[in-house]
Design a protein around this ligand. Sequence first.
Ligand code: MFK
Length: 557
Amino acid sequence: MVTPFNQPPPELGNTYHHDPVLRPWLERVFARELLESVEPSLARMGELAGEELYPLSLEDLPNEPVLTRWDAWGERIDHIELTRLWQRAEQIAAEEGVVATAYEAKHGALSRVHQFALVYLFGPSSDVYACPLAMTDGCARSLLDAKNDALADQILPHLLSRDPGEFWTSGQWMTESPGGSDVGLSETVARQDENGQWRLTGRKWFTSAATSQVALTLARPEGNPEGGRGLALFLVKARDEQGRLINIRLERLKDKLGTRKLPTAELWLDDTPAELVLGTTDGVKNITPMLNITRTWNTVIAAGGMRRAVTLARDYAKKRFAFGQNLEDKPLHIETLANMEAETAAAFHLSFEVVQLLGKKEAGEISPEEMKVWRLLTPIAKLTTGKQAVAVASEALEAIGGAGYVEDTGLPMLLRDAQTLPIWEGTTNVLSLDSLRAIGHTGGARELLTRIEACVGGASGDDALEDAGRAAVDAMMRALTWLAEAQAAGQDTLEAGARGFALTLGRSTALACMVRQAVYSSAHDDARPRAAAIRFARIGVNCLKPTDLEEARLLIG
Ligand code: MFK
């Protein structure tokens, strides 16, 4: 019997130790003693992610959460059985403080960086358990920002617990059938019963994980006006002591393209008791702390997912022999992988720029200029990395060839899960328009240009790196010129070009951050960040394109 050839599969190992970007970045940003103190937790997470969770995720591939609505005797139970990996991920998330690290704040403003480094490592191995963690973080932030001490005292000890037995996650039940993006159209009604208890009634069309113990949600108190201002922000304690849902019916789990381990659901609130978080109006405004946190998670998860895709494609290229050579020795394959690596490094730098600003904001160390940049860069980073994540995941599958398209390799999941990143937490277009509104409201574009100029300032003396820095500044300046012209031309022109504008801001900021890292790393005997910056500049950061609305209308009929 002839033994057929079996291709060794791509492997990961410890994802912290093997990451080419994270550690050099941390070395630049953290003092040596601080790095020494956080590094054991990152190395542990790298080991858990690469050596325990990744193999478990492959074993767990065929399994999905199962909703059982009724028990054998007709009792409505709405029980969701989670996959094995999700059960393990919950323990790890609590014990390793994937949410708590940010709030324990042991390292001041850099605590957010430490936390999001954990997220970056944990996310790609979590089968999207990162989603309820993102919501949990967003809920904690919202309760603190609302200064609702009563709710915070009751709920935060659970959301921030490192004891898996005590740990709770929060959901975000915002999306309703008329208002996925235009949340102000929400139909859920709030009324107070005779005891003054608020009760919510309505259909939540697309929730985050329906297994969470609490959720932030929006509802319109009876008599309130239409629109986002007439909504109020509520916290729902979804379950009683026995874990049964309280006046909530789980209608179905959503049948999605990806994120299939994540039990997103459609549910009915039926006189569901709820607590006001902050006043009886301005619900959309009051939930924005959650949106900004979950968008930051989305950004970091995108960067982490890209790193996972590139790592697998890179390892495969080492092992795969074809046409007389391993793929890693083939010029066109090397070029392809290098472009993916440059995009991935860019996503990382953009993500952690936002994370750093968030950390400063929460520690009360942010300047007014940085505050404007943070508000603008949060949606910009989310939309930029969301698009990159899909492109890189798709390229990784192609780099692995037919096996990348076969389900039991686990690789198709990379692409399907990436596809949610530009959709949830605000689509690319919605966030492009949000960026324009942020500029209209608080400014930030000029401050971002100043920041980009400062980032690239150190490149002088290195011609190629200087050119890369100039490309970032030029693109940003062109974007500002476009903005002024579009504002003068009118709202239609502004909106039609908003995506090109937003992506240009995202990519030029990423490039500037890469140049700053390259200057540091080149001085510390690491030439890779310089190569990544130069390559990313060559791929291009200016996404401004002329728009023609009349022609576009004609085309779409
Ligand atoms: C495929 C698998 C999917 C799995 C899904 C699982 C998770 C599902 C969970 C979800 O439901 S994801 C939900 C995603 N939905 C969104 O992210 C909503 C996207 N839409 C927006 O972000 C809109 O821009 C927005 C709803 C905010 C617009 O609503 P409005 O009512 O037109 O609000 P407006 O007037 O823009 O803003 C109201 C106030 O909030 C303003 O302040 P003022 O009242 O002082 O003027 C804004 O400045 C402020 N604001 C808005 N966005 C802000 C913000 N402030 C800070 N940060 C922001 N990001």
